[in-house]
Design a protein around this ligand. Structure first.
Ligand code: CP
Ligand code: NVA
Length: 299
């Protein structure tokens, strides 16, 4: 049995396999008559909807559990919740604050666990991101040698993006303000996965010639108390038309969404001709279907 807590839980071959499954026209109904628990400690539009629909497309029944319904570690422990849910469901998806809760979940779970976003990682997003880039640039095999630049907070989305794109051979640049870099353990982890990673505090240099420019919110869920301080620290890191003009002529703009227009990205870039954010959001469902299908076959 396998779990999916971060992209580097996968080999490069497994990553490619999941992406190919996600775009396969007729996947077998591996979840026929079975349940998938989708447990959320935080809000979600894309992840909940894409996972629910992916489960349905594989013949299963998704059961979404909202933050107030279970109370991980308040009403009962993570371990007790997971062992209970594994009695009804074939897969457990969880969106949590502390990544450690997912590690505790896999230690006791009788069924595969999928990370639907933690403070450290967002692998389902990373899968959709590389699927979107593969569609744009002529296939998974055509990504090697291209450059993706992430501008903004060195957060969960940045780490999973760096792993997913880098493991497929892309050059990865991450431009953050001072103090908001990927952690040193994240950098080692990404490099250990064989990724060519450059970190900088200069968004303009990082965007030079890039094939894709990516950003995410400056204040992630759970960091709301820091939002004023963060807005000041991230001045100069908005993805504007001027920044996009430094990227390659056929470059695309990506954002995991939700977006805060005129904070991390201007409305003009988000709604502009280079933006692929709606295709990227739609790809969340295809990526999720690929991941769930693969997980069911590994048991
Ligand atoms: N990108 C993403 O995970 O969106 P949601 O938070 O709406 O699920
Ligand atoms: N970094 C953001 C991503 C939202 C999909 C967060 O964790 O809130």
């Amino acid at each position: 049995m396998r779990h999916l807590l971060e992209i580097d839980d996968l080999s490069v071959g497994e990553l490619t396999d999941i992406l190919e499954r996600g775009t396969h026209a007729q996947l077998t109904k591996v979840l026929d008559g079975q349940g998938v628990a989708l447990l959320f400690e935080k809000p979600s539009a894309r992840t909940r909807n894409s996972m629910e629909m992916a489960v349905v497309q594989l013949g299963g029944h998704p059961l979404t559990i909202r933050p107030d319904e279970v109370g991980l570690d308040t009403r009962e422990t993570v371990e007790d919740v997971v062992r209970t849910l594994a009695g009804y469901h074939s897969i457990i998806g969880a969106r949590v604050f502390e990544h450690a809760k997912l590690e505790r979940a896999i230690a006791v779970s009788a069924v595969p666990v999928v990370n639907m976003l933690s403070d450290e990682a967002h692998p389902l997003q990373g899968l959709a991101d590389v699927l979107t880039l593969a569609q744009e640039f002529g296939g998974i095999d055509a990504l090697a040698g291209r450059t993706v630049t992430y501008v903004g907070d060195g957060n969960n989305v940045a780490r999973s993006l760096a792993l997913a794109t880098g493991m497929l051979g892309m050059q990865v640049r991450v431009a953050t303000p001072v103090g908001y870099e990927l952690s040193s353990s994240d950098i080692s982890r990404v490099q250990d996965a064989g990724v060519a990673l450059e970190c900088t505090n200069d968004p303009m240099a990082a965007c030079q010639g890039a094939d894709a420019v990516y950003t995410d919110v400056w204040t992630s869920m759970g960091q709301e108390a820091e939002s004023i301080q963060r807005r000041a620290a991230f001045a100069g890191f908005t993805v504007t038309d001027d920044l996009m003009a430094l990227a390659a002529p056929d470059s695309v703009f990506l954002h995991c969404l939700p977006a805060h227009r005129d904070e991390e990205v201007t409305n003009a870039v988000l709604e502009g001709s280079r933006s692929r954010v709606w295709a990227q959001a739609a790809n969340r469902m295809h990526a999720a279907r690929g991941a769930l299908h693969w997980l069911m076959e590994q048991r």
